[in-house]
Design a protein around this ligand. Structure first.
Ligand code: C2E
Ligand code: MG
Ligand code: MG
Length: 416
Protein backbone atom coordinates (compact mmCIF):
# COMPACT_ATOMS: atom_id res chain seq x y z
CA UNK A 1 0.00 0.00 0.00
CA UNK A 2 1.50 3.32 -0.94
CA UNK A 3 1.20 6.53 1.05
CA UNK A 4 -1.82 8.78 0.77
CA UNK A 5 -0.91 11.37 -1.84
CA UNK A 6 -3.76 13.63 -0.76
CA UNK A 7 -1.75 14.58 2.35
CA UNK A 8 0.10 17.38 0.59
CA UNK A 9 -1.91 20.11 -1.09
CA UNK A 10 -1.51 19.83 -4.85
CA UNK A 11 -3.06 21.14 -8.04
CA UNK A 12 -3.17 17.60 -9.45
CA UNK A 13 -6.37 15.77 -8.57
CA UNK A 14 -5.75 12.99 -6.04
CA UNK A 15 -6.82 9.48 -7.03
CA UNK A 16 -7.29 6.56 -4.64
CA UNK A 17 -7.57 3.04 -6.08
CA UNK A 18 -9.27 0.49 -3.82
CA UNK A 19 -8.79 -3.07 -5.07
CA UNK A 20 -7.58 -6.16 -3.24
CA UNK A 21 -5.75 -7.35 -6.35
CA UNK A 22 -2.50 -5.42 -6.13
CA UNK A 23 -1.60 -5.94 -9.80
CA UNK A 24 -4.87 -4.40 -10.99
CA UNK A 25 -4.71 -1.62 -8.41
CA UNK A 26 -1.19 -0.70 -9.53
CA UNK A 27 -2.25 -0.80 -13.17
CA UNK A 28 -5.20 1.56 -12.54
CA UNK A 29 -2.90 3.80 -10.50
CA UNK A 30 -0.38 3.92 -13.36
CA UNK A 31 -3.08 4.98 -15.83
CA UNK A 32 -4.21 7.55 -13.24
CA UNK A 33 -0.70 8.96 -12.99
CA UNK A 34 -0.55 9.18 -16.78
CA UNK A 35 -3.77 11.25 -16.77
CA UNK A 36 -2.29 13.75 -14.34
CA UNK A 37 -3.41 12.40 -10.97
CA UNK A 38 -1.46 11.94 -7.77
CA UNK A 39 -2.34 8.35 -7.02
CA UNK A 40 -2.43 6.14 -3.98
CA UNK A 41 -3.51 2.54 -3.62
CA UNK A 42 -5.44 0.68 -0.93
CA UNK A 43 -5.41 -3.12 -1.23
CA UNK A 44 -6.94 -3.69 2.22
CA UNK A 45 -10.38 -2.11 2.30
CA UNK A 46 -10.60 -2.57 6.06
CA UNK A 47 -7.94 0.10 6.39
CA UNK A 48 -9.73 2.48 4.04
CA UNK A 49 -10.41 5.03 6.79
CA UNK A 50 -6.92 6.39 6.90
CA UNK A 51 -7.02 7.02 3.15
CA UNK A 52 -10.04 9.24 3.64
CA UNK A 53 -8.45 11.58 6.16
CA UNK A 54 -7.59 13.81 3.22
CA UNK A 55 -10.55 13.10 0.98
CA UNK A 56 -9.27 12.06 -2.47
CA UNK A 57 -10.76 13.84 -5.49
CA UNK A 58 -11.41 10.55 -7.30
CA UNK A 59 -11.85 6.99 -6.00
CA UNK A 60 -11.78 3.89 -8.19
CA UNK A 61 -13.42 1.10 -6.20
CA UNK A 62 -13.57 -2.62 -6.95
CA UNK A 63 -16.87 -4.15 -5.84
CA UNK A 64 -15.72 -7.71 -5.15
CA UNK A 65 -13.12 -7.89 -2.41
CA UNK A 66 -12.72 -10.61 0.24
CA UNK A 67 -13.73 -9.47 3.72
CA UNK A 68 -15.30 -6.20 2.62
CA UNK A 69 -17.58 -6.23 -0.39
CA UNK A 70 -17.86 -3.03 -2.37
CA UNK A 71 -21.42 -2.33 -1.21
CA UNK A 72 -20.34 -2.08 2.42
CA UNK A 73 -17.44 0.13 1.33
CA UNK A 74 -20.00 2.34 -0.47
CA UNK A 75 -21.96 2.56 2.78
CA UNK A 76 -18.78 3.48 4.70
CA UNK A 77 -17.89 6.12 2.12
CA UNK A 78 -21.36 7.63 2.40
CA UNK A 79 -21.23 7.78 6.20
CA UNK A 80 -17.75 9.34 6.02
CA UNK A 81 -19.35 12.16 3.96
CA UNK A 82 -17.23 11.22 0.95
CA UNK A 83 -17.25 13.96 -1.71
CA UNK A 84 -14.94 12.17 -4.18
CA UNK A 85 -15.93 11.28 -7.73
CA UNK A 86 -16.51 7.54 -7.63
CA UNK A 87 -15.73 5.04 -10.39
CA UNK A 88 -16.97 1.52 -9.67
CA UNK A 89 -15.33 -1.59 -11.16
CA UNK A 90 -16.62 -5.11 -11.15
CA UNK A 91 -16.18 -8.47 -12.82
CA UNK A 92 -19.74 -9.54 -11.96
CA UNK A 93 -22.55 -8.96 -14.41
CA UNK A 94 -23.49 -5.51 -15.59
CA UNK A 95 -26.89 -5.36 -13.82
CA UNK A 96 -25.12 -5.83 -10.48
CA UNK A 97 -22.75 -3.03 -11.37
CA UNK A 98 -25.73 -0.85 -12.29
CA UNK A 99 -27.59 -1.54 -9.07
CA UNK A 100 -24.41 -0.88 -7.05
CA UNK A 101 -24.11 2.44 -8.85
CA UNK A 102 -27.71 3.26 -7.94
CA UNK A 103 -27.00 2.41 -4.31
CA UNK A 104 -24.05 4.80 -4.39
CA UNK A 105 -26.13 7.59 -5.93
CA UNK A 106 -29.02 7.06 -3.53
CA UNK A 107 -26.61 7.45 -0.63
CA UNK A 108 -25.51 10.80 -1.95
CA UNK A 109 -22.15 9.76 -3.41
CA UNK A 110 -20.88 11.41 -6.60
CA UNK A 111 -20.88 8.50 -9.00
CA UNK A 112 -18.76 9.28 -12.03
CA UNK A 113 -18.91 5.98 -13.90
CA UNK A 114 -18.65 2.20 -13.99
CA UNK A 115 -16.11 -0.17 -15.50
CA UNK A 116 -16.83 -3.78 -16.27
CA UNK A 117 -13.84 -6.04 -15.67
CA UNK A 118 -11.91 -7.01 -17.70
CA UNK A 119 -11.82 -3.45 -18.99
CA UNK A 120 -9.97 -1.93 -21.90
CA UNK A 121 -7.26 0.55 -21.08
CA UNK A 122 -9.02 3.12 -23.29
CA UNK A 123 -12.23 2.86 -21.24
CA UNK A 124 -10.38 3.32 -17.98
CA UNK A 125 -8.38 6.20 -19.40
CA UNK A 126 -11.53 7.90 -20.77
CA UNK A 127 -13.23 7.66 -17.38
CA UNK A 128 -10.20 9.09 -15.61
CA UNK A 129 -9.75 11.88 -18.15
CA UNK A 130 -13.38 12.99 -17.74
CA UNK A 131 -13.11 12.71 -13.94
CA UNK A 132 -9.94 14.84 -13.94
CA UNK A 133 -11.66 17.37 -16.23
CA UNK A 134 -14.63 17.49 -13.87
CA UNK A 135 -12.37 18.10 -10.86
CA UNK A 136 -10.54 20.89 -12.70
CA UNK A 137 -13.90 22.26 -13.86
CA UNK A 138 -15.26 22.28 -10.31
CA UNK A 139 -12.18 24.09 -9.09
CA UNK A 140 -12.29 26.65 -11.88
CA UNK A 141 -15.93 27.45 -12.52
CA UNK A 142 -17.42 26.64 -9.31
CA UNK A 143 -15.67 25.21 -6.38
CA UNK A 144 -12.35 27.05 -6.36
CA UNK A 145 -13.21 28.85 -3.20
CA UNK A 146 -16.08 26.69 -2.08
CA UNK A 147 -16.08 25.51 1.52
CA UNK A 148 -15.59 21.92 2.55
CA UNK A 149 -18.44 19.98 4.09
CA UNK A 150 -17.61 21.09 7.60
CA UNK A 151 -17.88 24.76 6.67
CA UNK A 152 -21.26 24.18 5.03
CA UNK A 153 -22.80 23.42 8.40
CA UNK A 154 -22.14 27.03 9.41
CA UNK A 155 -24.69 28.19 6.83
CA UNK A 156 -27.71 28.70 9.05
CA UNK A 157 -31.02 30.50 8.81
CA UNK A 158 -29.75 33.72 10.33
CA UNK A 159 -26.83 33.85 7.92
CA UNK A 160 -29.15 33.19 4.95
CA UNK A 161 -31.53 35.97 5.99
CA UNK A 162 -28.54 38.30 6.35
CA UNK A 163 -27.21 37.20 2.94
CA UNK A 164 -30.58 37.79 1.29
CA UNK A 165 -30.84 41.25 2.81
CA UNK A 166 -27.29 42.08 1.74
CA UNK A 167 -28.01 40.94 -1.86
CA UNK A 168 -25.27 38.33 -1.69
CA UNK A 169 -27.25 35.85 -3.80
CA UNK A 170 -26.35 36.14 -7.47
CA UNK A 171 -27.37 34.26 -10.58
CA UNK A 172 -25.20 32.42 -13.10
CA UNK A 173 -26.57 31.46 -16.48
CA UNK A 174 -26.14 28.18 -18.35
CA UNK A 175 -26.88 28.34 -22.10
CA UNK A 176 -29.29 26.01 -23.87
CA UNK A 177 -28.78 25.15 -27.54
CA UNK A 178 -31.27 24.15 -30.23
CA UNK A 179 -29.94 20.77 -31.37
CA UNK A 180 -31.35 21.22 -34.82
CA UNK A 181 -29.88 24.63 -35.67
CA UNK A 182 -27.07 24.84 -33.04
CA UNK A 183 -28.47 28.24 -32.09
CA UNK A 184 -28.47 29.63 -28.56
CA UNK A 185 -32.13 29.70 -27.62
CA UNK A 186 -32.30 29.81 -23.87
CA UNK A 187 -30.53 29.73 -20.55
CA UNK A 188 -31.17 28.50 -17.06
CA UNK A 189 -30.68 30.88 -14.14
CA UNK A 190 -28.80 29.06 -11.36
CA UNK A 191 -28.39 30.72 -8.00
CA UNK A 192 -25.05 31.14 -6.23
CA UNK A 193 -24.27 32.73 -2.90
CA UNK A 194 -21.31 35.08 -2.85
CA UNK A 195 -20.64 34.57 0.84
CA UNK A 196 -18.37 37.17 2.49
CA UNK A 197 -16.28 34.64 4.42
CA UNK A 198 -16.98 31.23 2.86
CA UNK A 199 -16.53 32.26 -0.79
CA UNK A 200 -18.87 31.17 -3.54
CA UNK A 201 -21.50 28.71 -2.32
CA UNK A 202 -23.58 26.44 -4.59
CA UNK A 203 -27.23 25.38 -4.31
CA UNK A 204 -26.49 21.97 -2.77
CA UNK A 205 -24.86 23.86 0.12
CA UNK A 206 -27.86 26.01 1.05
CA UNK A 207 -31.09 25.19 -0.84
CA UNK A 208 -32.21 22.54 1.65
CA UNK A 209 -31.79 24.90 4.60
CA UNK A 210 -33.57 27.67 2.70
CA UNK A 211 -36.54 25.48 1.92
CA UNK A 212 -36.74 23.93 5.38
CA UNK A 213 -36.69 27.37 7.02
CA UNK A 214 -39.49 28.72 4.83
CA UNK A 215 -37.20 31.08 2.89
CA UNK A 216 -37.91 29.61 -0.56
CA UNK A 217 -40.08 32.52 -1.64
CA UNK A 218 -37.53 35.10 -0.47
CA UNK A 219 -34.88 33.31 -2.53
CA UNK A 220 -37.15 33.18 -5.59
CA UNK A 221 -37.74 36.93 -5.31
CA UNK A 222 -33.99 37.53 -5.07
CA UNK A 223 -33.35 35.32 -8.12
CA UNK A 224 -36.09 36.97 -10.17
CA UNK A 225 -34.79 40.42 -9.29
CA UNK A 226 -31.26 39.40 -10.29
CA UNK A 227 -32.49 38.02 -13.60
CA UNK A 228 -34.45 41.17 -14.39
CA UNK A 229 -31.63 43.49 -13.38
CA UNK A 230 -29.02 41.47 -15.29
CA UNK A 231 -31.20 41.41 -18.38
CA UNK A 232 -31.78 45.17 -18.22
CA UNK A 233 -27.97 45.57 -18.37
CA UNK A 234 -27.01 43.27 -21.19
CA UNK A 235 -30.11 41.73 -22.79
CA UNK A 236 -31.32 44.44 -25.18
CA UNK A 237 -27.82 45.41 -26.39
CA UNK A 238 -26.93 41.74 -26.90
CA UNK A 239 -30.16 41.36 -28.84
CA UNK A 240 -30.94 38.22 -26.88
CA UNK A 241 -34.29 36.79 -27.85
CA UNK A 242 -34.17 33.43 -26.07
CA UNK A 243 -35.82 32.27 -22.86
CA UNK A 244 -34.61 32.45 -19.26
CA UNK A 245 -35.54 29.57 -16.98
CA UNK A 246 -35.93 29.95 -13.21
CA UNK A 247 -36.18 27.06 -10.74
CA UNK A 248 -39.18 27.19 -8.43
CA UNK A 249 -39.23 25.89 -4.85
CA UNK A 250 -42.48 24.52 -3.34
CA UNK A 251 -43.06 27.82 -1.50
CA UNK A 252 -43.65 29.71 -4.76
CA UNK A 253 -46.57 27.42 -5.52
CA UNK A 254 -48.38 27.72 -2.23
CA UNK A 255 -49.02 31.47 -2.42
CA UNK A 256 -51.75 32.31 -4.91
CA UNK A 257 -50.26 35.69 -5.78
CA UNK A 258 -47.01 34.46 -7.35
CA UNK A 259 -48.11 34.98 -11.00
CA UNK A 260 -49.20 38.55 -10.27
CA UNK A 261 -45.93 39.24 -8.50
CA UNK A 262 -43.94 37.99 -11.49
CA UNK A 263 -45.99 40.01 -13.98
CA UNK A 264 -45.64 43.11 -11.87
CA UNK A 265 -41.84 42.77 -11.51
CA UNK A 266 -41.42 42.03 -15.22
CA UNK A 267 -43.40 45.12 -16.11
CA UNK A 268 -41.36 47.25 -13.72
CA UNK A 269 -38.17 46.17 -15.52
CA UNK A 270 -39.73 46.35 -18.96
CA UNK A 271 -39.01 42.67 -19.40
CA UNK A 272 -41.14 40.48 -21.69
CA UNK A 273 -42.57 37.98 -19.19
CA UNK A 274 -43.18 35.48 -22.00
CA UNK A 275 -39.45 34.86 -22.08
CA UNK A 276 -39.64 33.27 -18.63
CA UNK A 277 -39.81 29.53 -18.14
CA UNK A 278 -40.37 28.15 -14.65
CA UNK A 279 -38.80 24.80 -13.80
CA UNK A 280 -40.27 22.58 -11.15
CA UNK A 281 -39.81 19.09 -9.80
CA UNK A 282 -42.40 16.86 -8.19
CA UNK A 283 -41.36 18.09 -4.76
CA UNK A 284 -42.24 21.64 -5.81
CA UNK A 285 -45.80 20.52 -6.38
CA UNK A 286 -46.25 17.85 -3.70
CA UNK A 287 -46.93 20.04 -0.68
CA UNK A 288 -50.13 21.65 -2.04
CA UNK A 289 -51.18 20.23 -5.44
CA UNK A 290 -54.36 22.31 -5.71
CA UNK A 291 -52.65 25.63 -5.14
CA UNK A 292 -49.74 24.52 -7.37
CA UNK A 293 -52.12 23.74 -10.26
CA UNK A 294 -53.82 27.11 -9.78
CA UNK A 295 -50.54 29.07 -9.80
CA UNK A 296 -49.01 27.13 -12.69
CA UNK A 297 -52.07 27.43 -14.87
CA UNK A 298 -52.15 31.20 -14.36
CA UNK A 299 -48.45 31.46 -15.22
CA UNK A 300 -49.24 29.65 -18.46
CA UNK A 301 -52.25 31.86 -19.15
CA UNK A 302 -49.88 34.82 -18.96
CA UNK A 303 -47.67 33.27 -21.62
CA UNK A 304 -44.85 31.93 -19.44
CA UNK A 305 -43.36 28.48 -20.01
CA UNK A 306 -43.36 25.60 -17.54
CA UNK A 307 -40.78 22.84 -17.45
CA UNK A 308 -40.91 19.60 -15.56
CA UNK A 309 -37.33 19.38 -14.25
CA UNK A 310 -35.26 16.26 -13.50
CA UNK A 311 -37.77 14.16 -15.45
CA UNK A 312 -37.42 10.45 -14.81
CA UNK A 313 -36.50 10.75 -11.13
CA UNK A 314 -39.02 10.66 -8.29
CA UNK A 315 -42.29 8.80 -8.29
CA UNK A 316 -44.99 10.92 -9.83
CA UNK A 317 -43.55 12.61 -12.91
CA UNK A 318 -46.07 10.92 -15.19
CA UNK A 319 -48.97 11.92 -13.00
CA UNK A 320 -47.76 15.53 -12.98
CA UNK A 321 -47.42 15.48 -16.76
CA UNK A 322 -51.04 14.45 -16.97
CA UNK A 323 -52.31 17.07 -14.52
CA UNK A 324 -50.24 20.19 -15.13
CA UNK A 325 -49.91 22.44 -18.20
CA UNK A 326 -46.20 21.90 -18.96
CA UNK A 327 -44.56 23.24 -22.11
CA UNK A 328 -41.21 21.57 -21.64
CA UNK A 329 -39.77 18.30 -20.38
CA UNK A 330 -36.22 18.31 -19.00
CA UNK A 331 -34.70 14.86 -18.91
CA UNK A 332 -32.68 14.37 -15.74
CA UNK A 333 -28.95 14.58 -16.18
CA UNK A 334 -28.36 11.23 -14.47
CA UNK A 335 -29.85 9.52 -17.57
CA UNK A 336 -28.29 11.86 -20.12
CA UNK A 337 -24.78 11.57 -18.70
CA UNK A 338 -25.06 7.77 -18.83
CA UNK A 339 -26.25 7.54 -22.44
CA UNK A 340 -22.92 6.32 -23.76
CA UNK A 341 -22.21 3.86 -20.96
CA UNK A 342 -25.58 2.43 -19.92
CA UNK A 343 -27.99 0.89 -22.44
CA UNK A 344 -30.91 1.16 -20.01
CA UNK A 345 -30.31 4.91 -19.63
CA UNK A 346 -30.23 5.43 -23.40
CA UNK A 347 -33.51 3.51 -23.80
CA UNK A 348 -35.09 5.69 -21.10
CA UNK A 349 -33.87 8.90 -22.78
CA UNK A 350 -35.20 7.77 -26.18
CA UNK A 351 -38.59 6.98 -24.61
CA UNK A 352 -38.67 10.30 -22.76
CA UNK A 353 -38.00 12.19 -26.02
CA UNK A 354 -40.81 10.28 -27.72
CA UNK A 355 -43.16 10.80 -24.79
CA UNK A 356 -42.40 14.53 -24.70
CA UNK A 357 -43.00 14.95 -28.42
CA UNK A 358 -46.25 13.00 -28.34
CA UNK A 359 -47.42 15.36 -25.60
CA UNK A 360 -46.33 18.33 -27.70
CA UNK A 361 -43.62 19.34 -25.26
CA UNK A 362 -40.22 20.74 -26.04
CA UNK A 363 -37.65 18.21 -24.82
CA UNK A 364 -34.49 19.46 -23.13
CA UNK A 365 -31.58 17.20 -22.16
CA UNK A 366 -29.44 18.47 -19.31
CA UNK A 367 -26.04 17.04 -18.35
CA UNK A 368 -24.72 16.98 -21.93
CA UNK A 369 -21.08 16.50 -21.09
CA UNK A 370 -19.50 15.52 -24.41
CA UNK A 371 -20.04 15.77 -28.17
CA UNK A 372 -20.84 12.09 -28.43
CA UNK A 373 -23.88 12.61 -26.21
CA UNK A 374 -24.73 15.87 -28.00
CA UNK A 375 -24.72 14.16 -31.40
CA UNK A 376 -26.61 11.14 -30.08
CA UNK A 377 -29.37 13.46 -28.81
CA UNK A 378 -29.45 15.30 -32.12
CA UNK A 379 -29.92 11.99 -33.96
CA UNK A 380 -32.74 11.10 -31.60
CA UNK A 381 -34.45 14.43 -32.39
CA UNK A 382 -34.15 15.83 -28.90
CA UNK A 383 -34.88 19.58 -29.15
CA UNK A 384 -32.53 21.36 -26.76
CA UNK A 385 -29.21 20.55 -25.08
CA UNK A 386 -27.79 22.02 -21.88
CA UNK A 387 -24.52 20.87 -20.35
CA UNK A 388 -20.86 21.37 -19.75
CA UNK A 389 -19.78 20.56 -23.31
CA UNK A 390 -21.64 23.70 -24.40
CA UNK A 391 -20.84 25.82 -21.35
CA UNK A 392 -20.98 25.80 -17.59
CA UNK A 393 -23.10 28.34 -15.80
CA UNK A 394 -21.45 31.77 -15.90
CA UNK A 395 -22.04 35.33 -14.79
CA UNK A 396 -24.00 37.57 -17.16
CA UNK A 397 -20.79 39.50 -17.89
CA UNK A 398 -19.26 36.38 -19.42
CA UNK A 399 -22.29 35.40 -21.48
CA UNK A 400 -21.60 37.71 -24.43
CA UNK A 401 -18.02 36.49 -24.74
CA UNK A 402 -19.24 32.91 -24.69
CA UNK A 403 -21.99 33.71 -27.25
CA UNK A 404 -19.44 35.12 -29.72
CA UNK A 405 -17.25 32.07 -29.33
CA UNK A 406 -20.21 29.75 -29.79
CA UNK A 407 -21.30 31.52 -32.98
CA UNK A 408 -17.84 31.22 -34.48
CA UNK A 409 -17.32 27.64 -33.40
CA UNK A 410 -18.68 25.87 -36.45
CA UNK A 411 -17.06 22.48 -35.94
CA UNK A 412 -18.67 21.74 -32.58
CA UNK A 413 -20.94 19.05 -33.88
CA UNK A 414 -18.27 17.17 -35.78
CA UNK A 415 -16.27 15.23 -33.29
CA UNK A 416 -15.83 14.38 -29.65
P1 C2E B 1 -31.23 21.75 -11.85
O1 C2E B 1 -32.30 22.75 -11.97
O2 C2E B 1 -31.50 20.39 -12.38
O3 C2E B 1 -29.96 22.44 -12.54
C1 C2E B 1 -29.00 21.74 -13.24
C2 C2E B 1 -27.77 21.51 -12.42
O4 C2E B 1 -26.89 20.68 -13.17
C3 C2E B 1 -26.96 22.77 -12.13
O5 C2E B 1 -26.31 22.60 -10.89
C4 C2E B 1 -25.94 22.77 -13.26
O6 C2E B 1 -24.79 23.54 -12.98
C5 C2E B 1 -25.64 21.30 -13.34
N1 C2E B 1 -25.16 20.91 -14.66
C6 C2E B 1 -25.49 21.45 -15.85
N2 C2E B 1 -24.89 20.82 -16.87
C7 C2E B 1 -24.16 19.83 -16.32
C8 C2E B 1 -23.32 18.81 -16.87
O7 C2E B 1 -23.12 18.70 -18.08
N3 C2E B 1 -22.77 17.93 -16.00
C9 C2E B 1 -22.98 18.01 -14.64
N4 C2E B 1 -22.39 17.12 -13.86
N5 C2E B 1 -23.77 18.96 -14.08
C10 C2E B 1 -24.34 19.86 -14.92
P2 C2E B 1 -26.39 23.68 -9.74
O8 C2E B 1 -26.27 25.05 -10.29
O9 C2E B 1 -25.43 23.24 -8.68
O10 C2E B 1 -27.87 23.54 -9.22
C11 C2E B 1 -28.31 22.38 -8.57
C12 C2E B 1 -29.79 22.42 -8.31
O11 C2E B 1 -30.11 23.46 -7.37
C13 C2E B 1 -30.61 22.75 -9.55
O12 C2E B 1 -30.79 21.58 -10.32
C14 C2E B 1 -31.90 23.24 -8.92
O13 C2E B 1 -32.72 22.17 -8.53
C15 C2E B 1 -31.40 23.93 -7.67
N6 C2E B 1 -31.36 25.37 -7.94
C16 C2E B 1 -30.46 26.09 -8.66
N7 C2E B 1 -30.79 27.40 -8.68
C17 C2E B 1 -31.95 27.51 -7.98
C18 C2E B 1 -32.80 28.61 -7.66
O14 C2E B 1 -32.61 29.76 -8.06
N8 C2E B 1 -33.91 28.31 -6.90
C19 C2E B 1 -34.21 27.06 -6.47
N9 C2E B 1 -35.30 26.88 -5.75
N10 C2E B 1 -33.42 26.00 -6.77
C20 C2E B 1 -32.30 26.23 -7.51
MG1 MG C 1 -33.54 23.30 -13.27
MG1 MG D 1 -32.49 19.30 -13.48
Amino acid sequence: MSSNAGATPSLSPSLLVVDDEAAIADYVAAVGTATGCETSVCTQPLSLDKHLVNMPDIIVLDLSMPGADGISVIRDLASAGCTSLLILMSGVDSRVLMSASHIATMQGLNLHGCLEKPFRKKNLKDQLITAVAEIHGRRMESHTDAPDTKQTSSVDEEDIVRGLEANEFVVHYQPQIDLNTAEWVGMEALVRWQHPTLGMLYPDQFIDTIEKRGLGMALTRAVLKNVLTDYAHWGPSANYSGTIAINLPPAALTGFDFPEEVMHSAEEFNFPAKKLVFELTETSVASDPVSAADVLTRLRLNGMGLAIDDFGTGHSSLEQLRLLPFTELKIDQSFVRAIDSDVTASVIVKSAIKLGHELNLQVVAEGVENWKIYNWLRNEQCDIAQGWVIAKAMSCNDISVWADKWKNHTSHQEGD
